[in-house]
Design a protein around this ligand. Structure first.
Ligand SMILES: Cc1cc2nc3c(=O)[nH]c(=O)nc-3n(C[C@H](O)[C@H](O)[C@H](O)COP(=O)(O)O)c2cc1C
Length: 137
């Protein structure tokens, strides 16, 4: 089945606690699995960046619901395009806290988040495409 990848960025309305984030992940896992949606949610303390992968019409409906969530605001789609494969095939919703993470991809991810926040491209590419490229490597 053909799938889309949708990436959006949003602003948390308050500092999210580990419990807040766990609650979001629990709901996402419960709902996304049966919908054939996979993805990853990046949180850097003040901003969310979420990658959602699945059938296009399912993603559109899911995004409309997520967008209305009072835990975040100023949600903006960065990317919504057909994809040949899933970047996160094993995750109904993976969570990555960018501030806590000592990973080799940390600097790249922070750069992508900064660019997304400032609405600027990285080289010739959008932040969302740059993000997806990081995970294809
Ligand atoms: C940053 C963020 C990401 C979210 N991601 C998802 C998601 O991937 N899937 C999902 O079902 N709900 C997600 N939610 C929660 C939804 O906004 C909404 O609360 C939930 O889908 C309601 O589910 P329910 O009707 O089963 O209670 C997210 C919320 C936030 C704040």
């Amino acid at each position: 089945m053909s799938i889309n990848q949708l990436v959006y960025i949003s602003q948390a309305v308050r500092k999210m606690s580990p419990e807040d984030l766990a609650a979001i992940q629990e709901t996402a896992k419960k709902n996304n699995g049966p919908l054939d949606v996979t993805g990853s949610l990046f949180d850097n303390g003040g901003w969310f960046l979420q990658v959602l992968e699945g059938p296009a019409s399912t993603l559109d409906k899911l995004y409309k619901k997520i967008e209305l969530d009072p835990r975040h605001k100023n949600s903006r789609i960065l990317y919504n395009e057909p994809a040949n494969f899933r970047t996160f095939p094993r995750w109904s919703m993976n969570m990555t806290n960018l501030n806590d993470r000592q990973a080799d991809k940390y600097d790249e991810l922070v750069e992508v988040l900064d660019a997304a926040q400032a609405n600027r491209k990285i080289g010739s590419t959008s932040p969302a495409v740059a993000l997806l490229k990081i995970f294809k490597n």
